[in-house]
Write a protein that binds this ligand. Sequence first.
Ligand SMILES: Cc1ncc(COP(=O)(O)O)c(C=O)c1O
Length: 449
Amino acid sequence: MANREWQSRDLAVVWHPCTQMKDHERLPLIPIRRAEGVWLEDFDGRRYLDAISSWWVNLFGHAHPRIAQAVAEQAARLEHVLLAGFTHEPVIRLSERLVRIAPKGLTRCFYADNGSSAVEVALKMSFHYWRNRGEAGRTRFINLSNSYHGETLGALAVGDVALYKETYEPLLMRPITVPSPDCYLREPGVSWEEHSRRMFSHMEEALARHAGEVCAVIVEPLVQCAGHMRMYHPVYLRLLREACDRHRVHLIADEIAVGFGRTGTLFACEQAGIRPDFLCLSKGLTGGFLPLAAVLTTDEVYGAFYDDYRNLRAFLHSHSYTGNPLGCAAALATLDIFESEPVLERNRRLAARMAAAAAPLADHPHVGEVRQTGMILAVELVRDKARREPYPWQERRGLRVYEHGLARGVLLRPLGNVVYFMPPYVITEEEIDLMVEVAAEGIDIATRD
Ligand SMILES: Cc1ncc(COP(=O)(O)O)c(C=O)c1O
């Protein structure tokens, strides 16, 4: 069957995520038949370079044979067993390895099956920890403006992207929102470090005022991905760790998008030399193969739940697919690749190539900034360069870049006015050049009038 038939069958029955379905009256849906490396192939044989790692999940290319084989072997042995009362080899091995590679002191792994659920686990665990310790008055969370932590109601509540959140506001708990250290907003001539340091005063103030009623501060370390790939300096995380300790408040690091090498280090927190109280992982955890999430925490947190059953302190949270063996097998194979190949070193070269290829875009009359953290590079489109005035969202400039990308065989999926690259780590230098060239053409077209 060709694209056209799959498109019409799809549109008759499938409701797609994060999509105004009416757009597909005009925009073709792309049915994918197979994929390999950075390339997706549709039913008409057209190929698309996946410049966004399929929503930031893929690390080592599509259909990576080593991960595919690990999943197939696991499926033939044990596809799933509940993780309460029972356990299995992949989840034990994966937990041992995560504890080994995560910031020191994160010694306990709890599992979920997607990023939002991992955030729910961390929020509930933090709240419940304080309750078990006799501080039931702690019921609130501190978050950053422009943050994103997922779509379930708890995760949505601690996010701050209006596009996703506003509609559901009446259903959501109310966090204490502190201005983001986002360096796009710094004064001219101020360094990232200085700006991030200055912005910390807002957090310090919020903690000083609210610490007694707060369970945890939740942040996306270094890059606010869904919030238009806005970035900040590691110094903010160092100050935050120190302040959370001083005010006796947990720190939740949501590394669902930035974990596993995206920012240049295996975990973004490493760049600040800190250990959060909760580390949320998902997306790249399985190399992009299967939905799996892990929340790592400390013995101190674990200990607050460990008691006689009758005292009712246990964390009675579960998902049917918690710690699914297939997901764990994919994760183990992914970690094998990190262990046997110089991934981070190779990424440094690829990141440098991305920087070089995209550098000329900084001079484009409608580019307000080109910014980068490791393997994430973002280009901010603006109507007025001098004043950094954004295009009105209604104009959907990014969508024009997306359409041009598809016509030229590159999957770019701008976030509003921000065109970004977050490719799988197996992209070649030539493919980086192609990806950026196509984006640059798209930016020209999208900003022409
Ligand atoms: C930082 C962050 N947290 C949480 C999530 C939610 O993960 P999921 O889409 O798997 O629910 C995302 C997804 O993009 C994310 O970027």
